[in-house]
Design a protein around this ligand. Structure first.
Ligand SMILES: [Zn+2]
Length: 285
């Protein structure tokens, strides 16, 4: 029997923003398909199946970027291709988007973008054209791709990677305001200059994942990705998560990243400090 599409077993606020409209992830129990909705055009970009009610020329560049992201994530972390197409729905405006979401997902907070993750299926992304469209789509696209390639991940890894890859390529490493805050903490030895990995790992609920955790997770992912041997450790960790026990992952229990990096790089804390001390933002990039 098909379950009601309104049966949520939870939703996860993916991004804490001061703005009322931020992106959100919802997890659905149901496996219903999106009901009748007129779409002007349909496209395929990499693993994304895209339904549009806007001019393709306004979004083409971002669609190319998320298709590139699919190839990049696979190459960086030796990940398999996506198993199924990820559906992406781009509404004409906030009004039609809001009306649709309220009807189909009553109870979901109204945000700029929704990532719906159905059990055993790749995600569906819903959004509309807005000022932060490209950033939100790269962020949600990263979640959808990681989910499709790996499955569930610890919140801090999932969000850290999405925060990293949401920025335009040339700005990923230097994303503000995180970059300046982390540099300042490390340079002046302020406020726990090396963010506590165990603490991040122990966060099991999105409601407990605050802005500072997004920033700290981003800083760790930045550190891990921008060095071949560290990137390999992260890649191995992602595969460990992929192969971990599904029931344990559902309950938020994952292999310990802290234990892994402690074994592979016992001096990782001082390496982290050195990395951030030496990192310089290019002038006029
Ligand atoms: Zn997110």
């Amino acid at each position: 029997m098909q379950k009601s599409r309104n049966e949520y077993f939870g939703f996860r606020l993916l991004r804490f923003r001061l703005s009322f409209l931020a992106a959100v992830l919802i997890i659905l129990l149901s496996s219903g398909t999106v009901p009748a909705q007129e779409w002007q055009s349909e496209y395929a970009y990499g693993p994304f199946e895209i339904y549009l009610n806007v001019d393709i020329n306004l979004v083409r560049k971002t669609l190319e970027q998320i298709a590139d992201l699919d190839r990049e994530l696979s190459a960086r972390f030796s990940l398999p291709p996506c198993q199924e197409k990820i559906k992406l729905y781009i509404f004409a405006d906030v009004k039609t988007y809001t009306a649709y979401i309220q009807k189909e997902y009553p109870g979901a907070p109204m945000r700029r973008a929704l990532f719906a993750m159905e059990k055993d299926k790749p995600g569906q992304i819903f959004t509309f054209l807005h000022e932060e469209f490209a950033v939100d789509l790269r962020h949600e696209g990263t979640h959808a791709l990681l989910h499709s390639k790996i499955g569930r991940l610890p919140i801090w890894i999932d969000e850290g990677l999405a925060e990293y890859f949401e920025a335009p390529k040339e700005q990923r490493v230097y994303k503000e305001p995180y970059f300046s805050q982390i540099k300042r903490n490390v340079s002046y030895n302020l406020l726990a200059p090396v963010p506590d990995l165990k603490k991040l790992e122990n966060i099991k609920k999105m409601g407990d994942f605050l802005e500072i955790h997004y920033r700290n997770s981003w800083s760790w992912m930045n550190f891990m990705i921008n060095d071949p041997s560290r990137q390999k450790i992260l890649a191995n960790y992602l595969i460990l998560c992929k192969n971990a026990n599904e029931r344990e992952k559902e309950q938020g229990t994952f292999p310990s990243f802290t234990n892994m990096i402690n074994q592979m790089k016992p001096k990782y804390k001082s390496e982290y400090k050195t990395y951030w001390k030496e990192l310089k933002k290019p002038t006029n990039p």
